[in-house]
Design a binder for this molecule. Structure first.
Ligand SMILES: Cc1ncc(COP(=O)(O)O)c(C=O)c1O
Length: 402
């Protein structure tokens, strides 16, 4: 029956007929639950309970008021868009009109796909820094485009390399797709690199789609720059955000797109067909989270401790190279001196009872690396214990290379 599937989706396999251990694919990963600790989903405190009290009350209130059974506008609640506009002003340095520049999406994964979908024609090329979020490599293809990986290098701390971008650009290039801060490396792109990227995008008349799912979690006082706020970029940048990471509310499935009037006109026009509307109870809870985000401070303290634990524990393993993460709640470790990253991922499941992510899922540049979600589990101590288990197993890994 597969012959009926369109050429764009032909290569997509979800694990029904193939054995996959890759984290971002549903059942095959989840089926390991109970047998191993899952440290492969970027879901804060997973699988332990973690709804902040005020958000919980808002969720309950949405049901008690009886409003949860109704639709909001397909583009999302105006109250929520108004809160988001305030965050855009205060955090992202974007002056946006909540009635014209924001659309609510059921999470940012679907938001990203929708964000890109209005631009790509058959054969359009999309420049994707490598390594980056796996969806970035697949989405252009699903939309009829062509993914063109642009290497980032560990030696440059995975910052943007404009020579590599210039080498990759062609007549067919339409878009740059950036995850900032980057997943899996945790890199926060610096102002100088983003300004150079902005010049590149303008010079080649491109669109920039930026996934800022992790924008709230940036350490060490590093300035977080929103590319859409750079001169000349508002009109050609689409920004996609989420409440899943910094707010740790991934199960609510709320994301949003921020863009100029002209692009948003199209997003609003297609909202019913593509998005329907985002869950009403979740939007009500999200309004509360934006109004009273005090809980995020304690989350950041947990994330900060965990990245330090990971750096101390995993960084001390002979043959492992890593940097202290600049953002997020995962770490990116280079295990190439020990062996092949796929073999090591399988080995960790068997000998440490922990499922982490093989770096190969994040692009060719990810080979030899692992992504480990140190933000999983409710307790910092429990997470530390699992990191120690991983480190002990890596020390025992029967490497031929060292
Ligand atoms: C970089 C990045 N973008 C987007 C998403 C999607 O998040 P959500 O759909 O929960 O907003 C994820 C989830 O892991 C992610 O890591």
């Amino acid at each position: 029956m597969k012959k009926y599937i369109s050429s764009r989706f032909q290569g997509v396999e979800g694990g029904l007929f193939t054995k996959v251990t890759k984290a971002d694919v549903g059942d095959s990963f989840a089926s390991m639950e109970g047998e191993v600790v899952l440290m492969g989903w970027a879901d804060p405190f997973y699988p332990d309970p973690s709804v902040p009290e005020n958000v919980k009350n808002a969720l309950i209130g949405s049901v008690e008021s009886g409003f949860a059974s109704h639709y909001t506008m397909p583009i999302g609640s105006l109250e929520l868009r108004t809160e988001i506009a305030e965050k855009c002003r205060a955090y992202n340095r974007l002056e946006v009109d909540p009635r014209r520049n924001i659309i609510i999406t059921p999470g940012s994964d679907s938001g990203l796909f929708y964000a890109m979908s209005i631009f790509l024609n058959e054969g359009d090329e999309v420049l994707v820094p490598d390594p980056s979020y796996p969806s970035n490599f697949l989405n252009p293809k699903l939309l009829g485009g062509v993914t063109v990986p642009v290497p980032l290098n560990a030696a440059d701390h995975y910052q943007l390399d404009m020579d590599a971008f210039e080498s990759a650009v062609t007549e067919r290039t339409k878009m740059v797709l950036l995850t900032h801060p980057n997943n899996p490396t945790g890199t926060v792109f610096r102002r100088s690199g983003l300004e150079a990227l902005a010049r590149f995008v303008i010079k080649h008349d491109l669109i920039l789609v930026v996934d800022q799912a992790f924008e709230d979690i940036v350490f060490d006082g590093i300035a977080f720059i929103t590319p859409a706020s750079l001169p000349g970029m508002w009109e050609r940048t689409v920004t996609v955000c989420s409440i899943s990471k910094g707010m740790g509310l991934s199960g609510l499935r709320v994301g949003y797109i921020v863009a100029c009037d002209q692009f948003m006109d199209t997003y609003y026009g297609g909202a019913v067909n593509v998005l329907g509307a985002t869950n009403t109870a979740s939007q009500i809870a999200a309004i509360e989270a934006f109004r009273n985000p005090g809980f995020m401070k304690s989350y950041q303290e947990h994330y900060d401790r965990r990245r330090r634990d990971a750096y101390r524990i995993l960084g001390a393993v002979p043959g492992v190279k890593m940097e202290l993460p600049e953002s997020a709640f995962y770490c990116w470790i280079d295990v190439s001196a020990l062996g092949d990253s796929t073999d090591i991922t399988d080995y960790l499941i068997r000998s440490a009872g922990v499922a982490v992510n093989d770096g190969k899922n994040y692009g060719a540049q990810g080979a030899g690396c692992l992504r480990i979600i140190n933000g999983c589990l409710g307790s910092d101590d429990a997470s530390e214990q699992v990191l120690i288990r991983i480190a002990d197993a890596l020390r025992r890994y029967p490497t031929q290379n060292m």
